[in-house]
Design a protein around this ligand. Sequence first.
Ligand SMILES: Nc1nc2c(c(=O)[nH]1)N[C@H]1C(S)=C(S)[C@@H](COP(=O)(O)O)O[C@H]1N2
Ligand SMILES: [Mo]
Length: 315
Amino acid sequence: MLIKIKKRSDAEEYEITPQSLFEQRRRFIKKVGGLSLAAATLSLPPSALAALNINPYSKDVDGDRDELTAYKHITSYNNFYEFNTDKQSPAKLAGSLKTDPWSVTVEGECAKPGVYALEDLAKPHKFEERIYRLRCVEAWSMVVPWIGFPLADLVKQLEPTSRAKYVEFTTLFDPEQMPGQNRNVLDWPYVEGLRMDEAMNPLTMMAVGLYGEVLPNQNGAPLRLVVPWKYGFKSIKSIVKIRFSETQPQTTWNLSGPKEYGFFANVNPEIDHPRWSQARERRLGEYRKRKTQMFNGYAEEVAQLYRGMDLKRNY
Ligand SMILES: Nc1nc2c(c(=O)[nH]1)N[C@H]1C(S)=C(S)[C@@H](COP(=O)(O)O)O[C@H]1N2
Ligand SMILES: [Mo]
């Protein structure tokens, strides 16, 4: 799905395809195996943008450039409690996760339930590169060139019934591969959910890669959700189950701290987290703080989803 009307948050497209980037892309295509046809449609070379210091957005709220976050920061400062609760451990420990073969169980209110090999789930879809910000509730953020396909396309493929009002996602539960699950820091497995209109919004994507390559394990390989206008915890990693339901699913962080983490979790600089302000954020790789934008800068695309809702109650 391509957004035709250019929005403030859209990445700009460039035609540059130096040999090294072409090689990088081929490496990606090779690694994802059966998905090569789809991956061949990639058009935007992210590391070229980074190398040229090209601004993927117009400007941030302070009028500053909003550049891609370095690959090393994106892949070495992570939240992935299935490995450990600190930010450095996932990169060190996630090698124990086996991402191939990988299957995803589809359940609930849909015409196409079943157990799908990841390749079969992803193959029909057109891969795209999308440069999105991700903002953690802990007030750090990054700008990532993701590779994936719109969740809306997957939802259509699975043919939800008219009773399906929500989509629930579940992460793998396997303490041998994910040693952090031996501790009760969260209720395992990690679960998240979206309302159907949020799932169908063209910004919502299923990511399989970043910076032109397959996802590193610490970033949620082999399949994760990316919801750019919501706090990072909504973007659930290493998904093994998708369930369509009539009722609002439970979510891990809401279960863990209901007063602090709501179901909607839209980025909102005007409403403080009970223990800290959400007005500013620190981009990985920078020292200064930037102003956080309403809906993380995607208000034009998503604010209408919440019209008439009290955002103080629906946090
Ligand atoms: N399964 C699972 N998914 C998860 C998490 C997690 O601990 N487990 N952490 C979330 C949080 S709090 C954030 S901020 C993002 C971090 O994504 P990144 O490590 O790719 O930056 O992943 C989200 N998805
Ligand atoms: Mo987070």
